[in-house]
Write a protein that binds this ligand. Structure first.
Ligand SMILES: C[S@@+](CC[C@H](N)C(=O)[O-])C[C@H]1O[C@@H](n2cnc3c(N)ncnc32)[C@H](O)[C@@H]1O
Length: 551
């Protein structure tokens, strides 16, 4: 059945686009474009070109993005399970390119689930710096956390929070922020017919108010000289140029910058934003002749011509002009002086009972004093050249607690020496028996709803460390003492991904000279890690998690 577009939407686009409307509406007869983006945390772009199972065609605005032909099923290949690429709509790759993430940046992806753009940010960080990735929907953060794990991200914290709560903990902290805002989704009608059906429920005006609130809050979290990229997948000028103009009027210290890759896109329509401004002033849509659905509690705010005109530097991605869906991107640069980011990699040992309290309670004065002392201890440890992970964090803790923290480290060290060839470089966080490596400190997460405080590396129970699946997916084969190689086209690879036990001769277990074949084995497909197995007497017990299996 032909796609049913909301009549009001069609009428409005006709009014806005004029002569261009026919080619715009004709584009709805075409299929949406499918794309994949190479996950350079696991494979180089060049190496993927050599092994690609599908025909690839470059996406002009994303160096690691490729169109795949219609009918290709990239989700049904072992490389997908190895996290070698993310299946992503081509236009959706543009906002992160505009953010211009560099290794070492501190990045917030505020509206992140299911994580397409977060995985792209993580790849650009190359394991250096911090990614805080968040979504307000608890349900959607499950997919977000899973994607961080599938793509082998080591330096991300996953939150399920409101922007206001994050701002309380992270004022002025990030130098790059992505706001991939909730919107009326007009640009996705071709890809997702549900969006067209639900359009009226996602009132354009209500979305605009929400977007302006979000932008105001994220400005508080940006470090001087930092960058915010605002993106939507809608055409409505109220949610795009006008939302930006409202922000600029309230934040004179920001300017719109033309995005990288702008040559591939159309410019923002400051003229449409002017038109919308007039409609709002009279309370009726000039374009569609309908009453505007503005919440009566929300005072109308007029915006300045100077701010509206700056939006001509933003970018619009049109489905009839490029091979991709409809998007809007605006780069907002803070005009302050950029300060060097302080190093944030304190190495910490956290004892579980203190940590679980930290999630729910406001810091107590005694805790604050203790934390200041911890920082001091750490500094003196650094000066004396002691390794951070050897120190005790909580000098007030009972000797039993101290013993537990120390033995936790001993257990991890023992596992590391036996099974891995890896230097741990981030903060240890112990929460509910689960052990994480985190790019930030426990203190910074106080009072927040945390889905993952960092890279989940394993669990400790009864003094035994069990490595997590997320540890395996983020490892390079050289970082494990034992690995086995499965060929992507072999029945063995599919059997492993289905969770079956494999028969594997001892000679096939690749290992260090001094390592016996018995124990944890990193299972790799064509050289890229997919999960754990446990080898004993010619059998590989399958540790691939049930929820991840090939179906
Ligand atoms: C366009 S989608 C994000 C897509 C995602 N950036 C990606 O690339 O996979 C917008 C997201 O914003 C979330 N959201 C809505 N309101 C929010 C708010 N106030 N704060 C944070 N997230 C919000 C929604 O749950 C939704 O997942």
């Amino acid at each position: 059945m032909a796609l049913q577009l909301p009549p009001l939407f069609v009428q409005r686009m006709q009014d806005l686009l004029g002569d261009e409307f026919q080619s715009f509406i004709d584009s709805y007869q075409e299929s949406p474009h499918a794309g994949i983006r190479i996950n350079t945390l696991k494979i180089t772009d060049q190496d993927f070109q050599h092994i690609t199972p599908f025909a690839l065609r470059s996406i002009p605005w994303c160096p690691t993005g490729y169109y795949v032909e219609e009918g290709t099923r990239p989700g049904k290949h072992p490389y997908y399970h190895a996290g070698l690429y993310y299946i992503q709509e081509p236009s959706a790759m543009a906002p992160v390119e505009a953010l211009d993430v560099q290794p070492g940046d501190r990045v917030l992806d505020l509206c992140a689930a299911p994580g397409g753009k977060s995985t792209q940010i993580a790849a650009a960080l190359r394991g250096q710096g911090i990614l805080v990735t968040n979504d307000i929907s608890a349900d959607r953060t499950k997919a977000l956390a899973k994607n961080m794990e599938l793509y082998g991200v080591r330096n991300a914290v996953v939150l399920n929070e409101t922007p206001e709560h994050i701002a309380e903990q992270f004022a002025g902290f990030f130098n790059k922020i992505l706001v991939d805002a909730p919107c009326s989704g007009e640009g996705m009608f071709r890809k997702d017919e549900d969006m067209a059906r639900q359009w009226a429920n996602h009132s354009v005006e209500r979305c605009a108010i929400m977007q302006q609130d979000i932008l105001n809050i994220v400005a508080k979290m940006l470090a001087p000289g930092g960058r915010i990229v605002y993106s939507t997948c809608t055409f409505a000028p109220e949610e795009n140029e006008r939302s930006i103009a409202v922000f600029l009027d309230q934040h004179a210290d920001f300017q719109v910058t033309t995005p990288r890759q702008a040559e591939h896109f159309a410019t923002g329509h400051s003229d449409w934003a002017h038109q919308v401004e007039q409609e709002l002033q009279v309370g009726t849509s000039v374009l569609s002749g309908t009453a505007l659905d503005v919440d009566s509690d929300t005072p109308y705010q007029s915006v300045s011509t100077a701010s509206l005109e700056q939006t001509a530097k933003s970018a619009r991605l049109w489905p009839h002009r490029i091979e991709g869906e409809g998007h809007y991107i605006c780069v907002l640069d803070h005009q302050g002086v950029t300060e060097e980011l302080e190093e944030n990699h304190l190495i910490q040992v956290t004892q579980s009972s203190t940590f679980s309290k930290a999630y729910t309670d406001k810091p107590k004065r005694a805790d604050k004093r203790q934390s200041a002392k911890d920082q001091q201890d750490w500094k003196s440890d650094r000066r004396s050249g002691k390794k951070g992970k050897e120190r005790r964090l909580d000098s007030k803790a009972s000797s039993a607690d101290q013993h537990e923290s120390l033995s936790m480290i001993e257990v991890i060290e023992e596992f590391t020496a036996r099974e891995l060839q890896l230097e741990w470089s981030q903060n240890w966080i112990h929460f509910g028996g689960r052990i994480y490596q985190s790019p930030i400190t426990e203190e910074q997460l106080k009072g927040l709803k945390v889905v993952r405080p960092g890279w989940f590396v394993g669990t400790i129970k009864n003094g035994r460390f069990t490595p997590s699946h997320a540890l395996a997916t983020a490892l390079q084969p050289v970082e494990a003492k034992r690995c086995i190689q499965l060929q992507s086209h072999s029945a063995e690879a599919i059997s492993y991904l289905k969770g079956e036990t494999l028969t594997i001769d001892a000679e096939r277990v690749e290992r260090n000279a001094d390592t016996l074949p018995k124990g944890y084995v990193l299972v790799c497909i064509d050289g890229y890690s997919v999960g754990w197995g446990k080898w004993l007497d010619g059998m590989l017990k399958n540790e691939y998690p049930a929820g991840w299996r090939w179906t």
